[in-house]
Design a protein around this ligand. Structure first.
Ligand SMILES: Nc1nc2c(ncn2[C@@H]2O[C@H](COP(=O)(O)OP(=O)(O)OP(=O)(O)O)[C@@H](O)[C@H]2O)c(=O)[nH]1
Length: 308
């Protein structure tokens, strides 16, 4: 039998308790224990350091004071649910919190339910500061969006650029083939645009391009795709639209452009358009047909649409 007296048991117990407390206090992640009604009963050094409060400033305070006001009610409700839950479930979630200086930080909090000395449940929360990681992710996301923008969008008008637009057309044509649906395209070009540049300068020419394409987008359906092919030449892809409907849409575009004065100079601009409808053939052939039709519209004096 083990020869151990009460004093030794007590010493062992005290040493073990001290070890546990030391581990908790020196742990690199923030740890807190909250009472069944959400008040701090224990906070470790990392927790205090992260939030910028001393231990005595936190003990006895309600834990929701550490989160931004938007989340307070939700978190208090979650705490209650967690404390009352039957299972030993764990809660892991990302939160926006506020430190003592009022700075917003992002944490991942993971919680576990334990039983306190009094037999009542307690919530132990472990927090990891992910603010820098979140900021980095945000910057990466913005940089990726910018890269995506540069790779697929035309800087001046914000429309799809030629490469991205032709890729979209290819995808739409494949959809037509697979589902035996239809599609129309229109190529349009501003009439005598060089005169605008020569008379008012390139800057005003740019403004005309931006305003015209914006008006065209508003005139078309949201499912239509407008592409800047280059210079003052544009492509409109109209999925599920037959040649008659396409003609009506593009005539509406021509009329809208011709009847709207553009830029502060109130310039009157017209467009010529060629329309072609998908028949089982290649992308290139469809665009060539629309392009030829557009030149016919130009030859007929501009400001109008011709179907291939
Ligand atoms: N401002 C501006 N002008 C551009 C841009 N890209 C092309 N252009 C100009 O567009 C004009 C196109 O001239 P042309 O090809 O002769 O066409 P047009 O004067 O519209 O004549 P038609 O098409 O025959 O009616 C040129 O002056 C180009 O410099 C651009 O991004 N901004």
């Amino acid at each position: 039998m083990l020869d151990i007296n009460l004093e030794q048991v007590y010493q062992l117990f005290t040493r073990s308790k001290r070890n546990t407390e030391n581990i908790i206090q020196t742990a690199p992640l923030g740890i807190c224990v909250t009472s069944p009604d959400g008040y701090f009963e224990m906070v470790n050094s990392a927790y205090c350091q992260f939030y910028g409060y001393t231990e005595s400033e936190l003990i006895g305070k309600h834990f929701t004071q550490m989160v931004s006001p938007t989340y307070r009610d939700r978190l208090a409700a979650l705490h209650d649910e967690f404390i009352q839950g039957d299972s030993n479930q764990e809660l892991r979630q990302e939160w926006e919190v506020l430190n003592k200086k009022g700075e917003a930080r992002t944490i991942i909090a993971e919680a576990a339910r334990i039983e306190g000395d009094d037999g009542l449940p307690r919530k132990v929360t472990f927090i990891v500061d992910i603010t820098e990681r979140k900021q980095l992710e945000e910057r990466l996301k913005l940089a990726n969006e910018r890269l995506d923008q540069l790779a697929h969008r035309d800087e001046l008008t914000g429309l799809f650029n030629r490469r991205a637009g032709l890729k979209r057309l290819e995808e739409e044509l494949q959809r037509c083939q697979r589902y035996e649906s239809t599609l129309s395209v229109a190529i349009f070009d501003l009439d005598r645009f060089k005169t605008i540049n020569d008379t008012y300068g390139h800057g005003i020419g740019d403004d005309v391009l931006k305003e015209v394409t914006s008006l065209v987008s508003q005139t078309l359906r949201t499912t239509d795709i407008q592409v800047r092919l280059g210079g003052e030449e544009f492509l409109v892809i109209m999925p599920q639209v037959d040649i008659r409907a396409a003609q009506r849409a593009i005539e509406r575009v021509c009329n809208a452009v011709a009847s709207t004065p553009f830029t502060k100079q109130q310039l009157i601009v017209t467009v010529s358009a060629g329309i072609a409808c998908y028949v089982d053939t290649s992308n290139r052939c469809l665009l060539d047909r629309a392009d030829n039709a557009m030149y016919q519209a130009k030859e007929a004096g501009g400001n109008g649409a011709v179907t291939a």
